[in-house]
Design a protein around this ligand. Structure first.
Ligand code: SDX
Length: 428
């Protein structure tokens, strides 16, 4: 297999090294391209550009494969917990019993939110979007939890990981309770990570929340499926902001803002809003599919398509099964699930979607599962953010430890006016 490629420019040839990954992916290493040739590359949206080498997550978009540290996501969703998968992503290996217990105790110890932060929550407008609140509060964590000189860098980093993984979950539930004007429910030491979240969200002095292990299991799997996805938009934002050596809270806050977008993590909310519109218009998806195919119409079928997956997103398949199981357990029927299945059935027979390789992605069924768990619509992307935290953290840590680390600073091709003089106001 070739180790280099030859680039010929203006009659001069240059040898560029090829880099090969564990699964046979290959890339042209252009680290010295501009120095040697005076040229840069241009790749809007970075669809053909790798920003790093990473050992965390492997995706094969053609075959619909997703593995965290080499383990298929299907196996983790079935056998693991979100806390254990978070440990795997951050540390590279599944924890032994004592390691997992120590990690769980650390998350428990850092599950409370500084009481002075409550006034922040109480002063956001009641209708503020939870993603805007979350990104602000995560960035504010540095102010409430400054670095302590007596701690080593490793201790500081590990405590910051625990604070983010544990407090962001608590903040999400706290924000929801305060938005309702209800009493805040504190985390409990005797509940697991996911059970604690559901209890903080739905327990009340007048209606105690009954923990349903099947729902806890479903939430674990939901967050496992969201935990990492190599260099997606929000992870790229965390790495880029983190490359300036800013504190992790600020880098994660940037990731939350990127995830908020409807083309990215915000799609889970947009999918349910779209399904609701189809339901309200009588349940026939064909007018919406027609709009999605119309190049003059900016409407897109939310929950369909993916930059990397050109086949069914493996996570969507698992989520669809989970939705069926949870609704069956709750003995509940969600008409939006029927709409989603009908929409998928019609789209998957349409040449436009087949030719464009547009299949259901992670967000297509995830919102229906969140509805079944009782999560309010405007918190769907917050749920995605909590799940993605271990991925953002592990990717930030990998970039920090990367011997080839550099400040992220892309180049450009200038297309503006040539040099010209300033014109004084009287001559304009
Ligand atoms: C996530 O990157 C990740 O890994 C993200 C994620 C993660 O885990 O982090 O997987 C999570 O963000 C999933 C994606 C959620 N977003 C949506 O469901 C929003 C709807 N989907 C799209 O807007 C779109 O598919 C993207 C943004 C997800 C990907 O689009 P690309 O790769 O930038 O491709 P494109 O926009 O250039 O589209 C290529 C063609 C275009 O048609 P042509 O102009 O070539 O004729 O496909 C069409 C697009 O119009 N197209 C769609 C479509 N998605 C793409 N047409 C209708 N409906 C859609 N959903």
């Amino acid at each position: 297999m070739a180790k280099t490629v030859t680039l010929t420019v203006d009659g001069k040839s240059y040898e560029l090294p090829l880099v090969e990954g564990t699964e046979g992916e290959r890339a042209i290493d252009i680290a010295n391209l501009r120095r040697d040739t005076g040229l840069i590359t241009l790749d809007p949206g970075f669809a053909n550009t790798g920003s790093c080498q990473s050992s965390i997550t492997f995706m094969d978009g053609e075959r619909g494969i997703l593995r965290y540290r080499g383990i298929p996501v299907e196996q983790l969703a079935e056998h693991s917990t979100f806390v254990e998968t978070s440990y795997l992503l951050i540390n590279g290996e599944l924890p032994e019993r004592t390691q997992l217990n120590r990690f769980s105790v650390m998350l428990n110890d850092h599950s409370l939110v500084h009481e002075d932060m409550r006034s922040f929550f109480e002063n956001f407008p009641r209708r503020a979007h939870p993603m805007g609140i979350l990104s602000s509060m995560v960035s504010a964590l540095r102010a409430f939890y400054p670095e302590l000189p007596e701690r080593t860098e490793e201790e500081e980093i590990n405590i910051t990981f625990a604070r983010l993984l544990s407090k962001v979950r608590t903040m999400a539930a706290m924000s929801y309770k305060i938005s309702l004007g209800h009493k805040v429910v504190y985390p409990r030491h005797d509940l697991s990570y996911c059970a604690n979240f559901l209890n903080m969200m739905f327990d009340s002095p007048v209606r105690p929340y009954r923990i349903d292990e099947d729902l806890v299991r479903a939430l674990n799997a939901f967050w496992i499926l969201h935990a990492d996805h190599e260099q997606n938009c929000s992870t790229a934002a965390v790495r880029l902001v983190g490359s300036a050596k800013v504190n992790l809270y600020a880098a994660i806050s940037a990731g939350i803002c990127a995830l908020w977008g409807p083309l990215h993590g915000g799609a889970n909310q947009s999918v349910v809003e779209m399904l609701q519109r189809i339901y309200d218009s009588g349940g026939d998806p064909t007018p919406f599919i027609a709009r999605a195919k119309d190049r003059e119409d900016p409407f897109r079928l939310m929950g369909f398509g993916h930059r990397v997956y050109k086949t069914y997103d493996p996570r969507a398949r698992i989520l669809e099964k989970m939705v069926n199981n949870v609704l069956k357990k709750l003995q509940r029927h969600d008409p939006l699930l029927d709409i989603a299945k009908r929409l998928e059935e019609v789209a998957m027979k349409d040449s436009y979607f087949i030719d464009h390789h547009l299949y259901p992605n992670l967000d297509f069924y995830s919102g229906i599962l969140l509805r079944a768990l009782g999560i309010p619509l405007n918190m769907f992307t917050v749920m995605f953010a909590i799940g993605r935290l271990p991925g953002w953290i592990s990717q930030w840590k990998e970039s920090l430890d990367d011997p080839n680390w550099k400040l992220h600073r892309p180049r450009q091709i200038y297309t503006g006016p040539k040099c010209r003089d300033y014109i004084t106001m009287d001559k304009r």
